[in-house]
Design a protein around this ligand. Sequence first.
Ligand SMILES: *[C@@H]1O[C@H](CO)[C@@H](O)[C@H](O)[C@H]1NC(C)=O
Ligand SMILES: *[C@@H]1O[C@H](CO)[C@@H](O)[C@H](O)[C@H]1NC(C)=O
Ligand SMILES: *[C@@H]1O[C@H](CO)[C@@H](O)[C@H](O)[C@H]1NC(C)=O
Ligand SMILES: *[C@@H]1O[C@H](CO)[C@@H](O)[C@H](O)[C@H]1NC(C)=O
Ligand SMILES: *[C@@H]1O[C@H](CO)[C@@H](O)[C@H](O)[C@H]1NC(C)=O
Ligand SMILES: *[C@@H]1O[C@H](CO)[C@@H](O)[C@H](O)[C@H]1NC(C)=O
Ligand SMILES: *[C@@H]1O[C@H](CO)[C@@H](O)[C@H](O)[C@H]1NC(C)=O
Ligand SMILES: *[C@@H]1O[C@H](CO)[C@@H](O)[C@H](O)[C@H]1NC(C)=O
Ligand SMILES: *[C@@H]1O[C@H](CO)[C@@H](O)[C@H](O)[C@H]1NC(C)=O
Ligand SMILES: *[C@@H]1O[C@H](CO)[C@@H](O)[C@H](O)[C@H]1NC(C)=O
Ligand SMILES: *[C@@H]1O[C@H](CO)[C@@H](O)[C@H](O)[C@H]1NC(C)=O
Ligand SMILES: *[C@@H]1O[C@H](CO)[C@@H](O)[C@H](O)[C@H]1NC(C)=O
Length: 347
Amino acid sequence: MFACNVLNSLGIVVCTASLLHKISNDGGETWGHSTQWTLRLRSHERCNSTASCHGLVGYKAPNETTLAAVQSLFGVPHLRSILGANDLLESTPANATVRQGQIIRIPFDCSCSNGTGTSRKIPVYTVRSNDTLSGIATNVFSSLVTFQDIAAASNITNPNIINVGQHLKIPLPCSCDPVDGEKVVHYAHLVASGSSVEEISRQFNVSADALLRLNKLASDSDLEADVAIDVPLKACSSMISNDSLDSSLLVSNGTYVFTANNCVKCSCSFANNMTLQCQPSQISPSNGSVCPSMLCQGTDLYIGNSTISSCNRTTCNYAGYKGQAILTSLANESTCPGCELRFISML
Ligand SMILES: *[C@@H]1O[C@H](CO)[C@@H](O)[C@H](O)[C@H]1NC(C)=O
Ligand SMILES: *[C@@H]1O[C@H](CO)[C@@H](O)[C@H](O)[C@H]1NC(C)=O
Ligand SMILES: *[C@@H]1O[C@H](CO)[C@@H](O)[C@H](O)[C@H]1NC(C)=O
Ligand SMILES: *[C@@H]1O[C@H](CO)[C@@H](O)[C@H](O)[C@H]1NC(C)=O
Ligand SMILES: *[C@@H]1O[C@H](CO)[C@@H](O)[C@H](O)[C@H]1NC(C)=O
Ligand SMILES: *[C@@H]1O[C@H](CO)[C@@H](O)[C@H](O)[C@H]1NC(C)=O
Ligand SMILES: *[C@@H]1O[C@H](CO)[C@@H](O)[C@H](O)[C@H]1NC(C)=O
Ligand SMILES: *[C@@H]1O[C@H](CO)[C@@H](O)[C@H](O)[C@H]1NC(C)=O
Ligand SMILES: *[C@@H]1O[C@H](CO)[C@@H](O)[C@H](O)[C@H]1NC(C)=O
Ligand SMILES: *[C@@H]1O[C@H](CO)[C@@H](O)[C@H](O)[C@H]1NC(C)=O
Ligand SMILES: *[C@@H]1O[C@H](CO)[C@@H](O)[C@H](O)[C@H]1NC(C)=O
Ligand SMILES: *[C@@H]1O[C@H](CO)[C@@H](O)[C@H](O)[C@H]1NC(C)=O
């Protein structure tokens, strides 16, 4: 139905006309499909800062495949980033099966410029024989992008002409904008058929109002199956210092990430009161060096450790990293009823 890009080279307007013509021949509901077509062109999320941040999209596997194949398709450098984004065990093998239709969250670096956010560098898709630009957008990348997005990102003037072996940039949608003053992780969620704003709001614990506003939707009837909408996921609050190299680290509920050159693993869960929980990752840094000390100064506590003595719970928290050092902060908290909650922090 959306193969119209192979019919004409003059862009969207003529393409729409071809589409209408085709549907009319079938006797279908012309205007309904026309609306869907228009909505599909609106895939980029706003991103009016010049920031970069973590982006997240929900990829719907078109066929049974493996995590390794998905990792390769999206050019994600480390499998563990995909495992973390999907809250899968770190021991999950690369050849683990991904079922047809299963949603896999893909993490990537998002950067904003000129009012839109996209993955600038990945994925890169190599054209195979019989590929069409719209087929790549809808079938291979499960409609997370439109063929127009790909054409624009890859500087293709005639979308009908792509060559076997050609490398195409796939600009995944993302945003770094705060929502209602809160830092969030923007997640591109493919709307399931028959879903509602209310249901999506409950599924992701996001206000229905924010969903409607962010996606410029008037009501449920504007939702289209298999079209991505922007879901601003809540992120855990953290003790990370604002001058740390990862000061912008945002980890959404039910995910984990590796930071400080992979030396530290941080996870976010509702069960932990939406407070970031970090600990040594036990992974060697990629640059071949060793991880710096993760002890809180003057104690025998590593980040993530806590001790309780009488009424005091002392916790060693991750506070970021700088150069060759990992920053820590020590928090004291009263565990006795009737006592004031006290925090003493030091770097
Ligand atoms: C981005 O846009 C939103 C609303 O569209 C506005 O509230 C916010 O101030 C803007 N931020 C910047 C950095 O321009
Ligand atoms: C994955 O690979 C391991 C060995 O490398 C093998 O034992 C296992 O059966 C494979 N699993 C799947 C689902 O292919
Ligand atoms: C920025 O966006 C505006 C409108 O969306 C467009 O007219 C302009 O060409 C874009 N500039 C660049 C450098 O992409
Ligand atoms: C491409 O399409 C032709 C004709 O439909 C078919 O014979 C051929 O097997 C296809 N090639 C691939 C790689 O799918
Ligand atoms: C999915 O599987 C079908 C049948 O095996 C195949 O024709 C199609 O190209 C596959 N799609 C993708 C995106 O690999
Ligand atoms: C896009 O392609 C045209 C024609 O090949 C070329 O003139 C132009 O500089 C290219 N733009 C970018 C941004 O690569
Ligand atoms: C956090 O995730 C869990 C499971 O993934 C979910 O049940 C819960 O509603 C989520 N809570 C928030 C605040 O997002
Ligand atoms: C998010 O979850 C909390 C705790 O379960 C609940 O009180 C709140 O109403 C939820 N908010 C939304 C928008 O779903
Ligand atoms: C970092 O935070 C401190 C206090 O919380 C503040 O004084 C300082 O201006 C902040 N620095 C930056 C670069 O935001
Ligand atoms: C969770 O956070 C709230 C507010 O930040 C706090 O009042 C409450 O004591 C925390 N609960 C636990 C179990 O830490
Ligand atoms: C302290 O943290 C280290 C590193 O994560 C861990 O191996 C150790 O078991 C923890 N000790 C306690 C007492 O929790
Ligand atoms: C709790 O910790 C603080 C700061 O380390 C210390 O001054 C205080 O004496 C401790 N209180 C108890 C009851 O251990």
